[in-house]
Design a protein around this ligand. Sequence first.
Ligand SMILES: NC(=O)c1ccc[n+]([C@@H]2O[C@H](COP(=O)([O-])OP(=O)(O)OC[C@H]3O[C@@H](n4cnc5c(N)ncnc54)[C@H](O)[C@@H]3O)[C@@H](O)[C@H]2O)c1
Length: 438
Amino acid sequence: MNHDFVAVRKMPNTPSLIKGPKDTLVLFGELFQRGYANGLVEQAQKQGAKIITATVGRRDGGSSNEGNFGELRPLTPQELALIPFECINVPLEAGFDREAASDGLNVLDRLKNVKLSNWDSALMDWPLIEESQKLAKLRFRNNVKLFFNELSNKVNPEGNVIISHLMAGGVPRHKIVLALLSRTVKGVGEKYFSSQKLWESDLGKLIARNFLEVTAETFNILLQEADGFIKNHKGKVAFTAYGYHGTEVFIENKLTWQSYTPYLQGWAKIALENYAKEHAQKGLACTVYNCPEILTQSSSIFQGVEIPLYPLLNAFKLLAPTSKTTLQLWQSSQGKLKDGVNLDELLKTCDYVLQDKDIKELNYFDLWPQHSSAKQLEKILVASDAMLSAHKDFKDVMTNDLSEIIFQATGKVILAHAGQANQPVVCLGHDVVVDASL
Ligand SMILES: NC(=O)c1ccc[n+]([C@@H]2O[C@H](COP(=O)([O-])OP(=O)(O)OC[C@H]3O[C@@H](n4cnc5c(N)ncnc54)[C@H](O)[C@@H]3O)[C@@H](O)[C@H]2O)c1
């Protein structure tokens, strides 16, 4: 494995930086149902710490397909009332797709004439797009300054604070972009669509640029603007971010690194890691936690991303064969399957597909992230359908429980590890998930 690969393999036994009512967990991003941040929140609540959340704000414009967005605004009192925790009401939307340049047009307005028939020859007006990018970044930076001003009035000045960056995304909400991205992750046979082809086009370069803004630049700006807050705060301050860089899962009983392909956010996630390394070198306590694949509001469109989730069952069986958690998990998972389907046998589908030559070919840590191939995508999607159709009820699937186990376990590990070690990038695989779950 590459020398850059640092894994946390056991639940840290150090007490968390935030362990009581004087301490605060701050979510830098919105909390969605089933999202990774729920694990942090549950754990922080158990530890009795205060929780403060953020918002990306809202826009009241018309169609999201073709420009025409309203101004970015904070939440109304009614919207704020729906948030279960104290929320800093400064709109932290990032990305430049909805930001108008000096000619009054935003990026989505500029894509109006892009169609499925001409997207690959569509050329972007980069100087004007760069104007939008600069303006959006300035707006975001100013809002982060306001965010910190408010934060300093909300935290106990002597308590410890963990600020957790959740942001990822940045798909320009244009119907052609959505259609093309959907084909890169779901297109098989004649509909197969190469992620590389998209990425090499001007349109792909535009999407990649917005990914970078939302996923990585937001973390850099958060850390750059934190100086004043850290200097004035008497307690300790640590920063965390969620990364993804493949995951170690058990394939045929052996802990093996693998990744979802095509993970088009991958380049932005590498930039996120690099920002953590840069700021850690300057003395900031910041760590990117590369986490396993789970199903959330953001990831569920990537059919096949859930394949490496199933082997978590094998991880429990191998590492904790007699534990009550393992026995209950196996029993409830078997109960979700159609009569006559044996869970042990079914899991071999995942072992088989993750070992497949066409899939392994696109799973090199040193070459990560890699683009898709027609054969690899087809095999992943067939396996995904096979796993799903073994269930009695599509709404009650094993991957829901497995995702929950993972976000809870990673929440525990991150809160215990954050700010304790000078490690800017660490990976959390299925081994530590089991350890933290027992
Ligand atoms: N789901 C997975 O398999 C997986 C795996 C590893 C890491 N992660 C990472 O975990 C983090 C949380 O994601 P999640 O999967 O729990 O999904 P989620 O949908 O719950 O969270 C996505 C977050 O991104 C923020 N966001 C989206 N667009 C934004 C924009 N334009 N500007 C500012 N913020 C924006 C949202 O407010 C939200 O906080 C992300 O960084 C994600 O990449 C997810």
